[in-house]
Design a binder for this molecule. Structure first.
Ligand SMILES: CC(C)(COP(=O)(O)OP(=O)(O)OC[C@H]1O[C@@H](n2cnc3c(N)ncnc32)[C@H](O)[C@@H]1OP(=O)(O)O)[C@@H](O)C(=O)NCCC(=O)NCCS
Length: 192
C-alpha cells in the first residue's frame, strides 16, 4: 500500500532535530542492514550525527526526507566525490525507512527522487552497497536497473559473524548500462 500522506522533500538544515528523533526510532533489525552511523543510536549520538548531516554542503551530500506530518519517517542521501574530479559523474546512494513505515512504498518513492536528481545533475553512475544477507533489497534495487558489479567478501564482522557486501550500480546512459552489463558478464562471470 502506498502511503500518500507521506511527503518527500529535500533535507534541510533545520531538520536536524527531527532527523535525530528519526534515528532513535530505528530498531535493531533495521540497523543491522543500515548502519552507516553504527548499529545503535542513543540520544547523544543521534543528535551529533543529525547535526553533522545537516551541516554537510550539498556538493558533498544531498539528502531527502520522507515526512508524515512533522515527523521524519524516511531518510535517503546521495554522496558525491567533490575532491576527485575523475568521479564527478558518480554518486553513492543510501536509504532507510523507519520500521513502522517500511513496506508502504516510501522506499520506491525515495529511489525515484534520487534517480531523478541524478539525471537532472547529469550524473553517470549511481552506486550502492548492500549486505548479501539483506535478501529483499536486491530485487528492489534490480527493479530500478541496478546491476551487481562486485562483492566484497568477508568485509565486515558482527561479533564473529562475517558479512559480505554487494556493490550495485545503475548507469544513467542506456548505452553505458548495456556495456556495463556486458563487462560484468566478462569480468565477473568469465564470459567471452
Ligand atoms: C530497504 C528499504 C529502504 C525499502 O524501503 P520501503 O519503504 O520499505 O520499501 P517499499 O515499500 O517502497 O518497497 C520496496 C521494496 O523494498 C523491499 N522491502 C520492504 N521492506 C523491507 C525491509 N524491511 N528490508 C529490506 N527490504 C524491504 C520489498 O521487497 C519491496 O519490494 P516490492 O515492492 O517488490 O515488494 C526499507 O525497507 C529499509 O529501510 N529497510 C531496512 C534498512 C535497509 O535495508 N536499508 C537499505 C540498506 S542497503
Amino acid at each position: 500500500m502506498v502511503s500518500k500522506s507521506v511527503i518527500l522533500r529535500d533535507f534541510k538544515k533545520n531538520d536536524a532535530e527531527a532527523l535525530s528523533d528519526f534515528f532513535l526510532t530505528l530498531g535493531p533489525r533495521t540497523l543491522f542492514f543500515w548502519n552507516r552511523f553504527g548499529t545503535r543510536f542513543d540520544p547523544a549520538h543521534a543528535r551529533k550525527v543529525a547535526h553533522a548531516q545537516a551541516a554537510i554542503p550539498v556538493k558533498q551530500e544531498k539528502g531527502f526526507v520522507a515526512c508524515a506530518g512533522n515527523k521524519i519517517v524516511g531518510y535517503c542521501y546521495l554522496r558525491f566525490f567533490p575532491d576527485k574530479p575523475q568521479k564527478r559523474g558518480t554518486a553513492s546512494l543510501g536509504m532507510v525507512v523507519s520500521d513502522r513505515h517500511q513496506n508502504r512504498g516510501i522506499g520506491r518513492r525515495m529511489m525515484k527522487i534520487m534517480i531523478d536528481y541524478c539525471r537532472r545533475k547529469k550524473m553517470q553512475k549511481i552506486w550502492l552497497a548492500t549486505y548479501t544477507d539483506n535478501e529483499r533489497t536486491r530485487p528492489f534495487y534490480e527493479s530500478f536497473g541496478f546491476i551487481p558489479e562486485g562483492v566484497f567478501l568477508f568485509d565486515e564482522f558482527f561479533k564473529a559473524r562475517p558479512r559480505h557486501v554487494l556493490s550495485m550500480a545503475r548507469f544513467l546512459g542506456p548505452s553505458v548500462q548495456k556495456k556495463a552489463s556486458r563487462l560484468v558478464r566478462r569480468y565477473l562471470l568469465g564470459a567471452k
